[in-house]
Design a protein around this ligand. Structure first.
Ligand code: PDD
Length: 284
């Protein structure tokens, strides 16, 4: 049985209990991060912690993340659960005011902090060689997608819509332009140029995105940060998606259109290798 972390304690997963009045439960009033573990080490940890603090600040949840303390909790969970490969999920909510009220509770209400491990193969997966199929779905999420909140109902619905249409995931479209995937950032490659939507409140500022674009620039690849349409994506040479646990996952079909050769493309493959190499060197 997993050992999870809840508000300062390490407990078996079936003993971790949260109040029915928790703001995370009643209002989806919380933020989260997912950090990938490879060979028992955390990838991109500082980036995830910085984004966590930003998400908290944007929602005015008064909590100062102590990076060293948070790293110690992550490491303890890796150790106690003997996690070699997978993820650590972290969630912080505005806590338990003891009743339901739209207004925020007093600032000194303790936040709820939960962390748990998930065992999952992330290196050398079948997706890496086979690729994924996506369909486009209208982006009906709220306007602050740059904040990593736990209100994930629409991405979840979009993912199920994609599955019902025989695909693996959805790329979300707003005003005729792709924003991102349900839980990943979206990219196309045309004539050697990598195109991905520019950072704004419309998308999550992916930690993997930042690192992958750095890798691309170090390989002298051309990068254009701008919106692109589904039509442009159908005609691309290559497409891929990035996320902490998926690294760069090839996309081989979009709305039934085969992308490029219908096989994972060389740009995504090269970026995946360099991303892993660089991030494993820096893993903690
Ligand atoms: N999802 N865009 C969205 C909407 C996401 O939910 C995610 C991450 C990303 C990629 O961000 P990063 O590279 O920092 O993982 C982009 C996580 C993995 C999840 O919800 O499980």
């Amino acid at each position: 049985m997993r050992i999870v972390y809840l508000n300062g304690e390490y407990v078996p997963e079936n003993e971790a209990k949260i109040s029915i009045f928790d703001r995370g439960f009643l209002f989806a009033d919380g933020v989260y991060e997912v950090t990938t573990v490879v060979d028992g080490k955390l990838i991109g940890f500082d980036g995830h912690i910085n984004r966590l603090q930003r998400s908290l600040d944007e929602l005015k949840i008064s909590f100062d993340v102590d990076t060293a303390k948070m790293l110690a909790i992550h490491r303890e969970l890796v150790e106690r659960n003997n996690l070699q490969e997978g993820m650590i999920y972290l969630q912080i909510t505005r806590g338990n005011p003891g009743d339901r009220d739209f207004a925020f509770p007093p600032e000194d209400t303790p936040v709820t902090i939960v962390l748990f491990t998930q065992t999952k193969q992330v290196v050398g997966t079948a997706v890496e060689t086979k690729g994924l199929k996506v369909v486009t779905v209208e982006d009906l999420r709220w306007g602050r997608r740059d904040i990593k909140t736990v209100q994930l109902l629409y991405p979840s619905l979009a993912k199920m819509e994609a599955k019902s249409r025989g695909a693996d995931d959805a790329w979300l479209v707003q005003d005729g332009q792709v924003t991102e995937g349900t839980s990943n950032n979206a990219y196309i490659v045309k004539d050697g140029t990598i195109i991905t939507r520019n950072l704004s409140n419309d998308i999550l500022h992916g930690i993997t995105r930042g690192s992958v674009l750095e890798c691309a620039r170090s390989l002298q690849m051309k990068v254009e940060e701008r919106p692109f349409s589904p039509q442009e994506a159908y005609e691309a040479d290559e497409a891929f998606a990035t996320s902490a646990s998926g690294f760069t996952n090839p996309i081989i079909e979009i709305d039934g259109h085969t992308v490029g050769t219908g096989k994972p493309g060389p740009v995504g493959d090269k970026l995946r290798s360099l991303y892993l190499e660089e991030n494993m060197k820096a893993a903690v």
